[in-house]
Design a protein around this ligand. Sequence first.
Ligand code: TXA
Ligand code: MG
Length: 323
Amino acid sequence: MIGTDLELAGRLLEAGQLVAIPTETVYGLAGNAFDTAAVLRIFEAKNRPYFNPLIVHTWSMEEITNIAAAFPSVLQDIASKYWPGPLTVLLPKAEKIHDLITAGSDYVAVRIPDNSMSLKLMSGLNFPLCAPSANPFGYISPTTALHVEAQLGDRIAYILDGGPCRVGVESTIIRLNENDEIEILRNGAIGGHDIELITGRRPLMHTVSQQPMAPGMLKNHYAPSINLLLAQNNAELLSLIQKFKDRRIAVLSFDTLFTHDAIVDQIVLSETGDCNIAARHLFSAMHKLDAGNADIILAVRVPDKGIGKAINDRLLRASMKEV
Ligand code: TXA
Ligand code: MG
């Protein structure tokens, strides 16, 4: 059920049920972080493997002491600047945080999201919320309540509708590595440059490995159910259209409208070439094209700076689905 009843959402969470909550990035599938049965329910509802840890969400910096055992000052500086906002920080976990949440790691991911409804909801609860993106594992993340309803509606008690997500791609994840260097584990709206502005230190980019630190880093993730091919630029996109002209093509373009008889569906992410707008529309566009009558999606990379890096990262992973 979709609605805006904060009291109902709170009661359901207190009873160990799952509630989808709006955030500025994507919708989250929330459960009581201090209730192991509720945490297990999250994994089940998403069909998510247990090796993929969950982000713990809260509403104020003071609450972090219930979640983390320490908060290194450089990470605190960054968090105080960007929270509430699209940033997740890895911190040594507090004893109360169950191993299920961290997939056995001594570090817990923490975030204060920037959505007034969810902040209000959490401020009335006496526990933080585990909330992965509210999509089945590996599929496109939801940026509207209707996306959640379509994908997981029958598995969750309530969907709190906060309208479409303002940012549209998941939070930037950072940590301090063994050498005390700042590392970005997942690209999001907050980039290396933003972090450097505050700390004077340029963060390292943690690259995809066989055993990903953050499974948002898994090769095939955020994927539609039909094949998506990613072109480097518009010229390459044109030649892909030519190559697949016998198929029913959907085009996911950045700022240019393409014309060809084989194109049955097309979405331009931002006519003005604005990456922030493109990010906001990205997952909605993927949902729409996936549900249309095309049998292949041809997409193109966006300018690789700022949030554009996060868009390119999600497009690349969506294109790596093995079908
Ligand atoms: O914007 C967001 O972060 C959204 C909204 C709902 O807050 N949440 C989100 O959650 O994207 P999820 O579960 O889809 O992605 C969380 C990522 C995963 O790649 C996970 O592996 C990583 O965070 N992560 C969580 N806890 C971790 C930990 N203890 N150590 C390393 N990575 C962690
Ligand atoms: Mg996710």
